[in-house]
Design a protein around this ligand. Structure first.
Ligand code: SF4
Ligand code: SF4
Length: 198
């Protein structure tokens, strides 16, 4: 009897949550109807949700973090990243990509590129509404399509952003201290004046 009453109580709770009480965004956890009337209704995005990668820049698009090291392209399991390093007018290689393409028809959203990048230059985005009428034109993203600011990263993943920025700050401090030590060691030592003759 107790079990029947408990079951009826759960049914009543779900009925009220579905049709009487205001809809709550966490209704998947709290009970009630769970169908989301997308796109009019949307569930709040979880911070750890990931979809396709983007390239991050600091401040302006000229300050792209990617140094074109090719590590993410080598680590990408389905090999959907294609990178060509940029060069200067004399053909000398530069630390930035001239071409950086990702084929989103092949990308399997694994996030390995983000994990592999030693320069915090590529992160997984929350964007998923990327459908288009023409597969190659719409879903092969080029370098400029992939660029997004650090402010975007901070907005979608504030916890990761804070942790990464803290680590980058500490790394920069360590690097500056090491450079200062090297520079101090390279300074010429002051000459010792000759001892006076007796
Ligand atoms: S995104 Fe990172 S791993 Fe990939 S090429 Fe650029 S710097 Fe290297
Ligand atoms: S998320 Fe995975 S499959 Fe997609 S580009 Fe990155 S490494 Fe490749």
């Amino acid at each position: 009897m107790l079990g029947v009453l408990r079951g009826m109580g759960i049914t009543l709770k779900n009925f009220l949550a579905s049709y009487v009480l205001p809809r709550r965004p966490d209704s998947l956890e709290t009970g009630g109807i769970v169908t989301v009337q997308y796109p009019e209704e949307r569930l709040p995005e979880k911070e750890n949700f990931r979809n396709f990668p983007f390239l991050v820049f600091d401040g302006t698009v000229d300050n792209i973090r990617c140094v074109s090291c090719d590590i993410c392209a080598k680590e990408c399991p389905p090999k959907c990243i294609y990178i060509v390093r940029d060069t200067d007018s004399e053909g000398k290689p530069l630390k930035r990509p001239k071409v950086f393409d990702i084929d989103f028809t092949v990308c399997m959203n694994c996030g390995i590129c983000e994990e592999a990048c030693p320069f915090d230059a590529i992160f997984m985005d929350h964007e998923f509404e990327i459908g288009g009428p023409e597969r190659q034109k719409s879903l092969v993203y080029h370098r400029d399509d992939l660029l997004k600011s650090t402010a975007h990263f901070q907005k979608i993943r504030p916890t990761d952003f804070a942790a990464i920025e803290e680590r980058r700050k500490k790394d920069a401090e360590k690097k500056a201290a090491a450079q200062a030590t090297v520079q101090a060691a390279a300074q010429p030592k002051p000459q010792t004046p000759p001892s006076p003759q007796p």
